[in-house]
Write a protein of this length. Structure first.
Length: 399
């Protein structure tokens, strides 16, 4: 395979695996709370923990990657950590008295594993395909992340039904070990230095240099917007499985809805990645932000019909889970290549991931006083404020 194709295939495998595992814990919550003495409020703190670790550590990962040029090693290490976290998440089902302790340990490991892929994967694609057009390839790559989010929940639910939750998780952990080896072998060719010194056709072209204060203002504003939006999105991602399980009293129906909904983003990510390349990141963020707010409102207030919820939540997912090509494609259109991983890690790590963890912490507190429906309504307000702030964002760099 050509180096460009290799970079797309093996970063897509990484994205498929990492994003699939990110949605595994929200499904596990529905199994953990069936253990005698386990509290939803306490278990709900675990996503806060691994999101905080992922977000803050991701900033250092981006800086380290920009300096050290060891992207392939980092991606493989991320997959190993994701697999190790799954092994640890099995232990609460065995040693119930120590369940919370091992959930915490597993969450710490998961946070490390989740901190790496997005800034690194986006940078590899920006180097191999060029910054100007990379959003389209980020969309293709992101569709595999959505495919992972779609398949992992339904697979684990049906594995749990047939062979038990513990053995099902073992299979997932072994898969991650194999994926880590495949990614390391498939991306051994990639070194940033080669693209910086290679032929003109292979080099990543940097756009016109922006004044430093203008660039800083852009990154800060985008981080704030993504932070507020992610406060809501992370809550919907983490607690919708539990919400649906409460409505239908069926993990199988819950798994089907979640998997079908996330399958829509398999198409949505390349589509919105194309829109980002064609019309710019600001346009696409506006479209997706309005869409996700509108359809979540419809999702909450329509009847509890299985078909209606399936359709509406699927459309909601189409607009919502497109952040990788839209946000990081937008960053690649504006930020010079030498600062890409750092900028990606700030937008994704602080904005998307830390924002998500703060949203989860707030939601967990709301559940003490309000039901899940009312808490969803309150969290949706953050997405609404984020949408109004979009008017202040600049258009893409035309260079």
């Amino acid at each position: 395979m050509s180096e460009r194709l290799n970079s797309l295939v093996f970063t897509s495998l990484s994205h498929f695996s990492v994003d699939g595992n990110f949605l595994l814990f929200p499904v596990l919550i529905t199994y953990y709370i069936e253990i005698h003495g386990i509290s939803l409020i306490v278990v709900g703190l675990m996503p806060v923990l691994y999101n905080l670790i992922s977000g803050f550590l991701g900033v250092f990962v981006g800086r380290y990657a920009d300096m050290m040029d060891r992207d392939t090693f980092l991606l493989s290490f991320a997959l190993l950590m994701n697999g190790l976290s799954i092994f640890v998440f099995i232990i609460p089902f065995i040693f119930i008295s120590q369940a919370y302790l091992f959930m915490i340990i597993g969450s710490v490991i998961l946070g490390v594993g989740q901190s790496i892929y997005h800034p690194i994967g986006a940078t590899i694609l920006s180097y191999t395909f060029g910054q100007k057009n990379s959003a389209s390839y980020l969309g293709i790559n992101g569709s595999f992340g959505s495919l992972g989010r779609s398949l992992f929940p339904v697979i684990i639910v049906f594995l749990a039904a047939f062979i038990g939750i513990k053995f099902g998780l073992v299979l997932f952990a072994v898969y991650f070990l194999a994926a880590a080896l495949a990614v390391y072998l498939g991306l051994r060719f990639f070194r940033r230095e080669k693209y910086n010194r290679g032929s003109p056709a292979d080099k990543v072209k940097a756009g016109p240099v922006e004044p430093e204060n203008a660039m800083t203002s852009f990154i800060v504003l985008l981080v704030v917007i993504v932070f507020l939006r992610s406060m809501f999105i992370s809550v919907s991602t983490t607690y919708i499985p539990t919400y649906l399980d409460g409505i239908f009293k069926s993990k199988e129906l819950m798994g089907i809805i979640v998997s079908v909904a996330f399958l829509s983003a398999v198409i949505g990510q390349p589509f919105f990645g194309y829109l980002t390349s064609r019309f710019g990141g600001k346009f696409t963020i506006v479209v997706t932000s309005i869409g996700l707010v509108a359809f979540f409102i419809i999702f909450l207030f329509l009847s509890h019909s299985f078909i209606v919820i399936l359709i509406v939540f699927t459309i909601f997912a189409l607009f919502t889970y497109t952040g990788f090509p839209v946000l990081l494609g937008y960053v690649s259109q504006v930020v010079p290549k030498q600062n890409l991983s750092k900028a990606n890690s700030l937008v994704w790590g602080i904005g998307n991931t830390v924002g998500g963890s703060i949203g989860l912490l707030l939601f967990d507190g709301l559940l003490v006083f309000r039901n899940m429906f009312d808490s969803f309504i309150i969290m949706l307000l953050f997405a609404v404020v984020s949408t109004f702030l979009l008017v202040f964002l600049p258009k893409r760099n035309s260079g």
